[in-house]
Design a protein around this ligand. Structure first.
Ligand code: AMP
Length: 193
């Protein structure tokens, strides 16, 4: 299997690039943010619980998020691999993801991290808010909180993969196609080792 964590701060372009990578490599794209938004739209019990957190830009608690991710992975027993977009966002989630994949006799192939400065992220999210319809993109204080939560809780997750020799940083500034090429170059190297 080829299992990739596409990592990066909010606004780095994870969703766009994950969709393109999933198509290129024949992977299942799992975005916890997209799954939460679908539950929120459908007003499921999970959606109602998650909304209190996503509206503020806070992380949904690990227990809920991990359970959701595990059940999503189990929906694709014959997958060639996964691209995890927006997960893991805490150390507990990274440990749970390893255990989940180990249960399938597999593991994370690499974490590819899109790197961009906070000012650029804020600019992109403001632009995205015009078309995304995401309430968490439209309010500057929520955007600021998401960036702060990323630095506090999520950025340390990279160390987990660095320690395992699985971290690959990629410049996240530029045109979509240009960044996509950089990501593919990194992933092609991982695939051939
Ligand atoms: P995203 O679309 O990845 O930016 O996620 C949107 C929101 O969903 C985040 O601000 C969190 O509130 C929630 N969320 C998504 N993924 C996770 C995760 N792995 N852990 C906790 N909360 C998450």
């Amino acid at each position: 299997m080829l299992n990739i964590v596409l990592f990066g701060p909010p606004g780095a372009g994870k969703g766009t690039q994950s969709a393109k990578l999933a198509e290129r490599y024949g992977l299942v794209h799992l975005s916890t943010g997209d799954i939460f938004r679908q539950h929120i739209r459908e007003k499921t019990p999970l959606g109602l619980e998650a909304k209190g957190y996503t509206d503020k830009g806070d992380l949904v608690p690990d227990e809920l998020t991990i359970r959701l991710l595990e059940s999503e992975v189990k929906r694709y027993p014959t997958a060639r691999g996964f691209i995890f977009d927006g997960f893991p966002r805490t150390s507990a989630q990274a440990i749970a993801l390893d255990a989940c994949l180990a249960g399938m006799g597999s593991s994370i192939s690499c974490m590819v991290a899109l790197e961009a400065h906070d000012d650029e992220l804020r600019r992109r999210i403001v632009r995205r808010a015009e078309s995304s319809g995401r309430p968490d993109d439209a309010r500057p204080e929520v955007v600021q909180n998401r960036i702060a939560v990323y630095h506090r809780d999520t950025a340390p997750v990279a160390d987990f993969y660095r320690a395992a020799g699985k971290y690959k940083g990629v410049d996240g500034i530029g045109e979509v196609e240009e960044i996509f090429k950089r990501l593919c170059t990194v992933i092609d190297q991982v695939k051939t080792v």
